[in-house]
Write a protein of this length. Sequence first.
Length: 386
Amino acid sequence: MQPLLLHSVSCWDMTRLRRSWILISVSGYEGDGRLSPTDLVLRAHRNGVNVLALTDHDTMEGVPVALKVARDLGMRLIPGVEISAKFASTSQLQRGEEENVHILAYFSCCGPAHPEELEACLNKIREGRYTRAKRMVQKLKALNKPVKWESVLDIAGDGVAPCRPHVARALLEAGHVDTIGEAFTRFLRDSGPAYVAGAEQPAEEVVRLIHRTGGIAVLAHPWSLKNPSPLIDRLKDAGLDGMEVYRSGGKDPAWVTCAGNLLKVGGSDYHASGAVEETDVGGIALPAGTMLQFLTTAQPIWISALRVILEEFAQSDLETVLSASLSWKGDITIRKLEKEVLLILSPLLDGEEERALVQNEALRLGLSHSIVREQGFDCCAVSRQL
């Protein structure tokens, strides 16, 4: 069987999956990448990627647009996010140290359950990033490496909370460093002279949050950690599902051993930074077995999340339902009609098992069930009376 490009999909027909190229972990400019969600999906499509997961840092704002573009191109996009967290081992605590950790969350095509809880966590992190970036700019000024705050905001883009890569690019554009990597090595690395801690949650809590909201939790780029072993042990205890072990050079045997029974996954982590060493979208091939293992783990979690979405639609008051729909980051739509409210689910729920689940849950919850035509696709829909 030909290798597949990366590892994740929803509950889709396995005969089709064998012909797909799959990609995980890319960032658009809603997070810390340099491409818009639209341009990122278009680039992935040009590179032959059929299934893509968008995992911006601490935001899912780019997901709805990316979902639409991917659908129009015949691609499948997995809603995701890369959540900033923190961790300190016992010895690090004694020294008053902690390090940054990134946890990837992958959700079903219908998006997270309890999206308001997830968004509250992400919003707190994003707000902390403004304070953090300002303090980094102040530290750089004291180091005689000044950058303009306005430049950092311009690089981040409209409404995007600035983070370290944006400050690093400001250093590059100001002529203080020759590469983004040098900006981190000299100034912005953990414990570097311009480093400032953020408002991140403990890594174990982030893993639990991802599970509460119906996601798969994967530790990103563990090779960047100073003290990975105690962190991985603690995250396993918290329920971590997987760990990145594939890099541009292929599978790293040391990290495979460290991952143990966890899902062993990987991704290009493409940000369009312009760095020579950056792997392009679609640039890492993983064996097909990785995808199958991911599906086995993901399917029951994603099905449980879908049940929660349907239950909240059926049991919450209408005002709460309509308000909650504003924070949805999946391929679902709510529509208020004259006599009923219609919840239209992702057309990617096209397998017999998924459609039977929706129909059975609708019956259990007292909802009406139908198949509707939406933008050229047949979609499961449920409705409740006004």
